[in-house]
Design a protein around this ligand. Structure first.
Ligand code: OFO
Length: 183
């Protein structure tokens, strides 16, 4: 009797996404290590916390495959990309990474829709919302750096920005949470 409620294609796609989340954690770890080695300890702290979040995303998918009667396969994680050359480039890479991840999440949503696997479609909605939040967070980093002067930001500006990031909340406010009283 087949007790796996996931099709082969969906299970494979979920498994690939699980590895992508582990890869994302490595990317944040690696950028965090670069930041710290360059003296941006506050930004490193923010990125290390984010690496932890990505591992949680990985665990959610692993657990989902198991709970649907499937079998996750833990594979090797690709190496993170090369170090950034500046804080500005680091934030750009973070933003681009999140956009790429959103594309992968949307592909999984579409696949589950096409297969009429509503359980997986429903599960993936959590990730759709999470990606909106993570793109907002990454855009916010770029905005803050833009105000500080972008590539031309001076040492004082970068110092203050770095300190601010140490305590930056891990969650962004989404548009649907906004009210007139709390824009
Ligand atoms: Fe950075 O997000 Fe996972 O899914």
């Amino acid at each position: 009797m087949n007790t796996n409620r996931l099709s082969k294609t969906i299970q494979q796609a979920l498994n690939d996404q699980m590895t992508k989340e582990a890869h994302a954690a490595q990317i944040y770890l690696s950028y965090g290590a670069w930041c710290d080695s360059e003296g941006y300890g506050g930004t490193a702290n923010f990125l290390f916390r984010h690496a932890h979040e990505e591992r949680n995303h990985m665990m959610k998918i692993l657990e989902y495959i198991l709970k649907r009667g499937g079998k996750p396969t833990v594979t090797a994680i690709p190496a993170p990309p090369a170090d950034p050359e500046s804080l500005h480039q680091c934030f750009e890479k973070v933003f681009q990474h999140e956009v790429d991840n959103t594309t992968a999440i949307y592909a999984l949503v579409k696949l589950s829709f096409d297969e009429q696997d509503w359980a997986t479609w429903n599960f993936m909605q959590w990730f759709v919302k999470e990606q909106t939040e993570e793109e907002t967070l990454a855009l916010d980093l770029l905005d803050k750096l833009k105000i500080a002067g972008g590539e031309k930001a001076d040492v004082d500006m970068l110092y203050n920005l770095d300190r601010e990031l140490k305590d930056k909340p891990d969650d962004a406010t989404l548009a649907q949470e906004v009210t007139e009283e709390k824009p």
